[in-house]
Write a protein that binds this ligand. Structure first.
Ligand code: DLL
Length: 432
């Protein structure tokens, strides 16, 4: 089932032709309307007229988070404020947040792109979709909300938090699809189990999750706890919000909405393209946005492009799940580690609960990394010997798979924080 088959199943040449036309129009617009881009293009000695092919995109400058901050709040808008009908802002955990805007047309485009993602993930107009993302400046809730309405589903704007109430709504309103972060879905699943609610009293079928990295093992856990089929979808506020890419039910990577975004994958150090299929930083160019165009945005997200056709029939190229941001990468005694890699190992070990935290400290010149992991009550209250065995097993697997020796501490159930939005799994005391 497709939302817009004509766009989602285009031939390669057609997509590329459309991309080039839209790119040229976008470049003309930003050059004429956004002083920031004009200045940068001029400095590099390139103009919109120099881009005659998609390969010429590489001649244009990158845009970074710092550029957005320097132009806070409205400096990168390409339309007068009277044409802006919506404003969102990125989560901004560090420093100044970044502000993005949408015209009426942008909202229409965005809703359509999210409608594609929702359809890919299995939901239709017959579904009752509960949005358990926080409504507010975050693009997740409104993005999925508008997309779900566009599909014609019945939308419940539950927002995030108050988990017992979420579950009551699910039961009473017969929710068939849940939209949230994967970590909140996990917490909802945990609460359902604790409250002794049988899955048969729920009508859930689909889970559409995104906004943070998660592993396949975590997907399995969520699917088991909620009795659903879960798909991943990706996006970021600077580029549009959710709606950049999403998994279809084949779940073999995320289809990129290539008629609206050009993707590049570059080496974060050299900024040159990585060889096809290799991991690098995702760089996105938006092709249809009016209020807030974006040229070659360095997302900091690490992924790779997948080759081959998808049996679903969509022709948009696929990217692998984003397994982390280059900013989240921990360098522990010289070895690069992503929290999602730790997650994958932990989930495979019998007796661990899917809740963990990584704490990094510096003792003298040495980095020390500790993994706190929740374990089942039987293990936590077990003899010291059994606990020690478990710790050693986890340490050995982490060292084998990641090449880093971690301290491992077992903690009891519920000892670690739960998350209703994006999880924060790393405490890096070295930065303090
Ligand atoms: O999180 C947009 C979104 C909302 C996407 C809901 C999907 C669903 P921001 O708050 O600006 O926007 O955060 C964007 O979150 O650069 C990634 O690092 C991360 N991220 C988003 N989706 C995924 C995903 C929204 N599926 C930042 N997997 C991005 C991994 C993700 N990371």
């Amino acid at each position: 089932m497709y939302w817009e088959p004509d766009s989602e199943c285009m031939h390669r040449e057609e997509i590329e032709q459309l991309q080039l036309e839209r790119l040229q129009a976008t470049l003309n617009r930003v050059y004429g309307r956004v002083p920031f881009y004009r200045k940068k293009f001029d400095e590099m000695g390139v103009g919109p007229e120099d881009v005659g092919s998609l390969a010429d995109l590489a001649r244009l400058p990158f845009t970074t988070k710092d550029d957005l901050r320097d132009n806070y709040p409205y400096g990168l808008f390409a339309v007068p404020m009277r044409e802006v009908v919506r404003i969102h802002a990125s989560s901004g955990t560090t420093g100044i947040p970044t502000v993005v805007g949408y015209t009426r047309n942008d909202i229409r485009t965005w809703s359509n792109l999210v409608a594609r993602i929702i359809t890919m993930g299995g939901a239709t107009k017959d579904d009752v979709i509960q949005i358990a993302f926080g409504y507010g400046l975050f693009t997740g809730a409104f993005g999925l909300h508008y997309g779900a309405e566009r599909v014609g589903a019945s939308v419940i704007p539950a927002s995030s938090g108050n988990t017992a109430r979420q579950i009551k709504i699910m039961q009473d309103f017969k929710t068939t699809a849940l939209v949230s972060t994967p970590s909140y879905a996990l917490l909802i699943g945990e609460t359902i189990r604790e409250m002794g609610i049988p899955l048969s009293s729920l009508s859930l079928k689909w889970g559409l999750f995104g906004a943070e990295p998660w592993s396949d093992a975590m997907r399995q856990e969520i699917e088991d706890r909620l009795g659903i089929v879960a798909t991943d979808n990706y996006g970021l506020s600077e580029v549009i919000g959710p709606g950049v890419s999403g998994e279809c039910l084949e779940r073999k990577g995320l289809h990129i909405n290539e008629d609206h975004f050009i993707v590049e994958v570059v080496d974060p150090e050299t900024l040159t393209p990585v060889p096809p299929g290799e991991v690098g930083e995702l760089v996105l160019t938006a092709l249809s946005k009016e209020a807030f165009p974006m040229i070659r945005y360095r997302t900091r997200d690490l992924t790779r492009l997948l080759s081959g056709e998808c049996p679903c029939g969509r022709t948009g190229r696929r990217m692998s799940r984003v397994f982390g941001r280059s900013d989240d990468m921990l360098i522990i005694r010289g070895v690069n580690v992503f929290p999602s890699q730790v997650e994958t190992v932990l989930f495979e070990i019998e007796g661990t609960e899917p809740h963990y935290q990584i704490v990094v400290d510096r003792k003298g010149a040495m980095d020390e990394a500790t993994v706190l992991v929740e374990v089942s009550e039987s293990i936590f209250f077990d003899q010291m010997r059994r606990q020690k065995e478990m710790i050693e097993r986890i340490q050995k697997r982490l060292a084998q798979d990641l090449g880093v020796t971690f301290e491992v501490k077992l903690v009891g159930k519920k000892a670690l924080e739960r998350f209703e939005g994006k999880a924060r799994r790393v405490v890096d005391n070295r930065k303090l």
